[in-house]
Design a binder for this molecule. Structure first.
Ligand SMILES: O[C@H]1[C@H](O)[C@@H](O)[C@H](O)[C@@H](O)[C@H]1O
Ligand SMILES: [Fe+2]
Length: 488
């Protein structure tokens, strides 16, 4: 049914209105879980403020237009509807809808049934209405209908305003019930916001009163990842010029082979962490602190956002996520040979297929030999559609290295392994690129990578506790998940 009869049309009009109203505020941490018709993938979104809004919308539009003009006539009505919906999403500047629409296309290459999109919107709306019914303050939904402009007025509110009041009434570890489109209810972890505002008071979330420094309250999210005019601009720019020129499919394979022998040295994770005090990441526009400080900040942010002991794996993962950067350290006694930074840090990307424009400093790939190599410069390159990221060779760096260390020598869960392996894959988890290579498992785990990304990025501030302050919490956990000293 494409809205041919009157009733359906009215219903759609209503739905249109609801969808538009619902998204007239830019909600930050809504998790949408949905099944789309014809689409076997369950898709997840951890939506948050100001996520590369323009880029995503621009990409999505191109995609929609392409589909609209290249698929069969019988689909026309459906597509028109979808396009209208999409127009709305642009109109109401809502990246959330943009992402949904885009995903419906990208996740299975066909156009999902428009009714299911509406259904998804409805569910989210219900979720929020229920939340409101439970007496949460700061919720901003009703009464905004007439205020929709290109920038919904509520959009300016931060997550803290929207959620902190409610969070004060409830423990941060509370489970939220999320309805899936298929009707079943499943338990999802409810995080506090990334400022750790869930319980608001100092020293009550198990972080021994150290939480106030973890995230710089004065730095806005939009001020991070500034690759155009940041303070470290020159260093970062030079870094990516070199990396994007030199990192090829063959280099990645060679480095994989070299470092995955684990024949450097044997040492506990805790001891190895100390080596991070020798690394300052040239690719990072947001911090000039050493990586040991970044590790502590990220770990503590993770504890704050997911404080429950059931998330201890998440805390450990956060602490060690960049431990692979020891590849950039020189210590002959430990066989650490100091790789150049372009082979260790920075955002990661698949090699062996076309470089995506969702990469930062995309233009710098122009001089990469793979860019001219027919084997590697097509959309799929050496890969097949939805082959799964496990099949994909990523640019070599600390993520891939640490993933293999943890996969072979720890008991960390799958989500943790995904975080370790793909946390620097910003073009994917942040800009929605490379979806054509993903399978369902990748999409399931994406939500954890995204949850982690907030702790990783927004915890970068100038204030940091010392290792001694956190040893009592992390050391036993490291021993729990890495039962033996590690072969590096
Ligand atoms: O995960 C991060 C991220 O990708 C940053 O952009 C990069 O500069 C860092 O090296 C990496 O550890
Ligand atoms: Fe990293």
């Amino acid at each position: 049914d494409d809205g041919d009869d009157e009733n359906a049309n009215n219903e759609h009009a209503d739905d249109d209105h609801n969808a538009a109203t619902l998204f007239s505020f830019n909600s930050n941490a809504i998790e949408l879980v949905g099944l789309v018709n014809n689409c076997p993938s369950i898709f997840f979104f951890l939506c948050h403020r100001f996520v590369f809004k323009f880029n995503i919308i621009a990409n999505a539009r191109v995609f929609v237009e392409k589909k609209l003009f290249t698929t069969g006539k019988n689909q026309k009505k459906k597509k028109l509807k979808l396009l209208q919906l999409f127009a709305k999403c642009i109109l109401f500047t809502d990246v959330v809808i943009g992402k949904i629409v885009m995903s419906i296309f990208e996740f299975d290459g066909t156009i999902g049934n428009v009714h299911h999109i509406y259904k998804l919107f409805k569910e989210v709306k219900e979720f929020f209405l229920k939340k409101k019914a439970r007496g949460k303050k700061g919720f901003c939904f009703e009464g905004r209908k007439n205020e929709m402009t290109t920038h919904g007025s509520c959009k300016k509110r931060s997550l803290c305003e929207l959620d902190s009041c409610s969070a004060q009434n409830e423990p941060a570890t509370k489970k939220a019930k999320v309805q899936t489109c298929s009707g079943e209810t499943k338990e999802e972890p409810k995080a506090t916001d990334h400022h750790g505002h869930a319980n608001g008071t100092k020293g009550t979330n198990g972080t021994n009163g150290t939480e106030s420094w973890a995230i710089d309250p004065n730095k806005k999210e939009s001020e991070f990842r500034n690759y155009a005019t940041g303070k470290r601009q020159e260093t970062v720019q030079n870094f990516y010029k070199e990396q994007h020129t030199k990192m090829t499919y063959e280099v990645a394979l060679k480095k994989r082979e070299e470092h995955l022998k684990f024949n450097k040295c044997v040492m506990t994770v805790w001891d190895m962490i100390h080596y991070l005090d020798q690394v300052v990441d040239d690719s990072d526009p947001d911090t000039n602190l050493t990586q040991i400080e970044h590790a502590i900040q990220t770990g503590e942010a993770a504890r704050k956002v997911y404080p429950g002991s059931e998330y201890d794996w998440f805390h450990v993962t956060a602490l060690i996520h960049d431990l692979g950067k020891i590849l950039a350290v020189k210590d002959d006694s430990k066989n650490l040979k100091k790789e150049p930074q372009w082979c260790v840090v920075g955002d990661t990307f698949p090699v062996g297929c076309q470089f995506s424009e969702t990469n930062i400093f995309y233009d710098d790939f122009a001089d990469n030999p793979d860019n001219r190599d027919k084997r590697y410069n097509t959309f799929y390159g050496v890969y097949s559609p939805k082959c799964g990221l496990n099949e994909v060779v990523m640019s070599w760096g600390h993520d891939e290295y640490m993933y293999h260390v943890a996969k072979t020598q720890s008991t960390l869960p799958e989500q943790a392994l995904y975080i370790l392996r793909f946390h620097s894959f910003y073009p994917w988890h942040n800009k929605h690129g490379y979806m054509h290579l993903c399978n369902d498992k990748d999409l399931e785990n994406l939500k954890w990578v995204k949850a982690f990304q907030k702790c990783d990025l927004y915890s970068k501030s100038q204030v940091c506790p010392k290792l001694e302050d956190i040893v009592s919490y992390y050391k036993p956990l490291l021993e729990k998940y890495f039962p033996k000293p590690v072969r590096w």
